[in-house]
Design a protein around this ligand. Structure first.
Ligand SMILES: [Zn+2]
Length: 364
């Protein structure tokens, strides 16, 4: 490949949800008694998730992990075992002082389960903004292990909400494998959590400029990379070329995979690429999904963003990671800590396959 951009030869993308060490205990979690056994262990911790939100600890620094007590709640899902060293210092110290059973069962590790906390329609949305971490908004703020646990919990709980009935015969299904499978008591069909592959692409030309698009559904100053679902019967590379041609009118001549990110809204796996085009002058927005496309040099993009003339996707998104990967470093936003203006919760219920809004559609 003729290298036109240093970004093609750099290491993997810096993504908030990766880089953790969570042992999912695949063999153990298939045991019928595993979840009940884990629930009884004094060291086990519970992540209570509403949509894509989780309550913060009292100091606001990390997602709250509560001890497990009482009856095992229906719908509990096993997430995995986390090294104690990766947990918040106070929790790790707490566990070190706990009973021998903890250290005997899980030397250095803590089992974490997820429980869905129903929406409280009377809750104060503005207060929620402050007292919770939202995966879509805050993933980049979280420690890798916390982002990993929350991503996993949001994904698997969304699957359960959408899969109460057997796809083969329509009977109500039963949860098995500590929350990782649903079985039909009528016809025996088994269903597993689904993930939909989507491609997301940073397009560069031979001068190493970056092409970004402003989607019709965002405000006109917001720019992002190009994305779409892999269609039936299509390879990932074909999907990259098709999406870029459809949305921006240019032909991809080279493409390189750079990394992936789970984006559980409700179940996408974003496959990040950098693509090279030869026909930069032909770039044109499709006007259907993309309002406007524009080529940027590194200096232009940094300057326009810092001045607030354009907005980039949130730091939690792979789109931002792709853009900064091309740029060769962090790009500062005009406002250092912008917060969303409106609650995100209505969109958590949305099962639309349109991830583009999710990728770029935060309302900062
Ligand atoms: Zn069935």
């Amino acid at each position: 490949m003729h290298v036109v951009s240093p970004a093609l030869d750099e290491g993997p993308l810096a993504l908030p949800q990766t880089g953790h060490r969570i042992d999912r205990h695949d063999a153990d979690r298939q045991r019928e008694d595993w979840l009940a056994e884990v629930w009884r262990r004094p060291g086990t911790r519970v992540l209570r998730v509403t949509g894509d939100r989780v309550r913060r600890t009292a100091d606001g620094a990390r997602p709250a992990l509560e001890p497990a007590h009482g009856e095992l709640p229906v719908g509990t899902v096993y997430l995995g075992e986390v090294p104690a060293a990766d947990l918040a210092a106070d929790l790790a110290a707490d566990l070190a002082g706990a009973s021998d059973e903890v250290s005997a069962d899980a030397p250095g590790g803590v089992h974490v389960v997820a429980v869905e906390e129903p929406e409280d329609d009377h809750a104060d949305a503005a207060a929620d903004m402050v007292s919770t971490f939202m995966l879509r908004r805050d993933a980049a703020e979280l420690a890798a292990v916390d982002a990993g646990l929350l991503t996993q919990a949001v994904a698997i709980l969304a699957w359960h909400r959408g899969a109460p009935f057997c796809p083969a015969c329509g009977a109500a299904t039963e949860v098995r494998s500590s929350g990782w499978m649903r079985a039909c008591p009528q016809c025996g069909a088994q269903s597993f959590p689904r993930t939909d592959p989507a491609v997301i692409t940073a397009v560069v030309d031979r001068d190493d400029r970056l092409l970004l698009g402003s989607a019709v559904r965002w405000d006109a100053s917001r720019y992002s990379t190009f994305a779409g679902f892999v269609e039936a019967g299509e390879s990932v590379e074909q999907a990259v070329a098709r999406e870029v041609a459809e949305e921006a009118g240019v032909d991809v001549v080279e493409v390189r995979y750079l990394g992936s990110q789970s984006w559980p809204f409700p179940r996408s796996l974003m496959l990040g690429h950098l693509a090279v085009v030869d026909d930069a002058e032909r770039a044109v927005a499709d006007r259907d999904e993309i309002r406007h496309v524009r080529w940027f040099t590194r200096e232009e993009l940094a300057a326009e963003t810092a001045a607030g003339r354009i907005g980039l996707p949130p730091r939690s998104s792979i789109s931002r990671a792709l853009i900064e990967h091309w740029h060769g470093g962090r790009i500062e936003d005009a406002e250092p800590h912008p917060g969303p203006q409106t609650p995100v919760r209505d969109r958590d219920r949305d099962s639309s396959r349109d991830h583009r809004r999710d990728e770029g559609g935060d309302r900062r």
